[in-house]
Write a protein that binds this ligand. Structure first.
Ligand SMILES: Nc1ncnc2c1ncn2[C@@H]1O[C@H](COP(=O)(O)OP(=O)(O)OP(=O)(O)O)[C@@H](O)[C@H]1O
Ligand SMILES: O=P(O)(O)OC[C@H]1O[C@H](OP(=O)(O)OP(=O)(O)O)[C@H](O)[C@@H]1O
Ligand SMILES: [Mg+2]
Length: 283
């Protein structure tokens, strides 16, 4: 069996969740960041801990077989890699923002202005698509400080809660791209048996995370009504209760669907609703 290499962020926003998802796949390894490489004892895999900016090229060039990195970083690098799976964390949006007192309110107002960013490639393309000529000032971090220091009139940076923009007196007005962490490989990677095995485990972990195991009690006469409220439930398990005429309904439900229905379920006669996490769903 060939030992695969997966590159993940050494430290920063994506590190913890990347390690978590691999551990949830049953992979056993020490999170030795100082050694920058860690061997998985129960799967033919080595984990490389890198700066996130380097991950797309490492995968493109075959130094690593797989990587976990933000879509923003892949697009900026222009790397030739294949998206194997969106991972549902590191969700953020690349936005253009200006000082609160700025009169800039649409893209065309950026004509001739200076914009500070760590994403010059993505921004350049966006400005071209919108027929705007602006001066891009590339800086590697703390971009939000740009307008306050007189370095730029606007910024283009990652926004999640919007807290950093707010505390720097900035307001967003245009969305350039949305991003989340993705598992990447090279073209054809998914045909490698070890990659396929890992990918299946990751999918199982993600599926389990998005679903809950639900148990509820309901009187038999209300059972049909309750089942009809549960989307996607084909055939729930029904277990008779000691109390005559009552049953317990067991089912696996998308968490999102469930919370929307909870009040309707109660009105329909569901009682003692217990919601439990699921560790893995094997697809
Ligand atoms: N506020 C945020 N909320 C959610 N995701 C974010 C946020 N900021 C960044 N990200 C995502 O996490 C990735 C890593 O962000 P981080 O700030 O750790 O990068 P970095 O400082 O460039 O790290 P490195 O030292 O590895 O180069 C970003 O490229 C983006 O995809
Ligand atoms: O909208 P918010 O929730 O405030 O998040 C946005 C901030 O998060 C990121 O920086 P990070 O905190 O990762 O620090 P960094 O600039 O050192 O990468 C990004 O560069 C923004 O500055
Ligand atoms: Mg980086």
């Amino acid at each position: 069996m060939k030992t695969l290499k997966i590159a993940i962020q050494k430290s920063g926003r994506l590190n913890e969740k990347s390690v978590e998802i691999l551990k949830n796949c049953g992979l056993s390894f020490e999170n030795y960041k100082s050694s920058l490489i860690s061997s998985v004892s129960n799967f033919p895999l080595e984990i490389l801990f890198l700066r996130d900016d380097d991950i797309p090229e490492y995968v493109q060039d075959g130094i690593a077989d797989l990587g976990i990195v933000g879509e923003n970083v892949i697009t900026e690098a222009g790397a030739q890699v294949t998206y194997l799976q969106k991972l549902g964390f590191g969700k953020c949006t690349l936005k253009i923002a200006v000082p609160n007192n700025s009169t800039v309110s649409e893209i065309s107002d950026l004509e001739g202005l200076a914009i500070a960013t760590s994403y010059p490639v993505i921004l350049e393309k966006y400005l071209q698509e919108n027929n705007v000529n602006a001066q891009i000032r590339t800086i590697s971090g703390s971009v939000e400080i740009g307008p306050g220091l007189g370095l730029s009139d606007a910024i283009c940076d990652i926004v999640s809660t919007g807290g950093t923009l707010k505390s720097n007196g900035l307001k967003p007005f245009a969305e350039v791209m949305q991003s989340e962490a993705v598992l990447i490989g090279r073209e054809g990677s998914e045909f490698n048996p070890e990659v396929l095995e890992l990918l299946q485990r990751i999918k199982s972990v993600l599926k389990a995370k998005a679903t809950k195991y639900v148990v509820l009690n309901v009187a038999r006469e209300n059972l049909e009504k309750v089942v009809s409220l549960l989307p996607g439930v084909k055939s729930p398990t029904i277990v008779p209760l000691f109390e005559e005429g009552w049953v317990a309904l067991h089912s696996v439900i998308a968490e999102q669907d469930f919370w929307e229905k909870i009040n309707a379920l109660k009105v329909a006669g569901a009682e003692g609703i217990v919601v439990m996490p699921i560790e893995k769903i094997i697809i």
